[in-house]
Design a protein around this ligand. Sequence first.
Ligand code: FES
Length: 342
Amino acid sequence: MKITKLPETTSLKEHLLHLGYRFPCDGRGLCGKCKIVAPVLPITSLDRRFIQEIDLLNGVRLACDKSITSDIDIKCDLLKNEPLKRITAPSLVGMFNPSFVELAIIDDELVESKHFPLVSDTCLELRSVIAKNAVDFFEEYGAAKATTLLIAGSPMQVATFLNEPFVPSIVGEFILASNARMPAEQIYVPPAPNKIIGSRHLLEITRLNIDEMIIIPDEGIFIYNNAGIDLVSAKIEIANLTELFNSGTQSDLINIFIASYIYMIQDYHISSVSILSDSFKIERLPRIGNESVRLVKSVAMTAATNVILDNLFKTKLNKLAKRIVYLDIIQQDAFHSILSKL
Ligand code: FES
């Protein structure tokens, strides 16, 4: 292909950008992926760092550090820029998980979501992971800031993010984003029904069908929906149940979990159980009756997107939160009777 020299620049990179080509590391000399074939161009130290001698002899060069002083013929397989989807008024969802944050940008639907590791659960860490990566999203999509940022997570994570000692009130609320130094106009915090169930769990249970139980292994939570008591949560202090189940150790913690499981299945005549995990060993759960047990993927992000886009969904979420009943089964004789037989 012929590159016609532009009057205003000698940089080959500028010429290729002008033609719509994309440089994987923005031409910072870090990736070695902007290869072209142009034997007339002199070999640079950057070329030597990334290109083998035999390819250099065949004219392969990196494009990002070269200059041209006249028209030139090159072979270029760089990808061209996709037209960038510009979002002028995006919303964001920041979903805290035990060891990572999922951040998503939303326009009139979920546009893109990325995972970022969480090094600690401090207020500074939770806030900076969201703020820094939100700004990267804005750059990518040409936005200045978000309108609404929905924050969801475990009760403690949400409280820590808000820099409050306790879980926020039961009703979902908007707060000024500047209070938490977030690049948005407002933050929406979905309702947190109690100190056991956080907003992330609440978003998951929006998918509940009658007679279905959901287990979230990382939190050791059972949630049950049926006539009478709408939702029951049996919180046991189990750190990362998935790991325990996969380790093969039949510890007291697993026994407590299994006893809780049996209690719920029996007492509420459960016929269907969903476990939110990719790796939980469901074969290690006892079968109590004819209940079907399956592993399912999280829907919290989809539910959060619906909450942002649809006020009716927000109302539904608030109603759901008010219906939750917390049952401390550790106080129940029937639970201890099951536990003693394990
Ligand atoms: S674009 Fe990465 S080294 Fe040239």
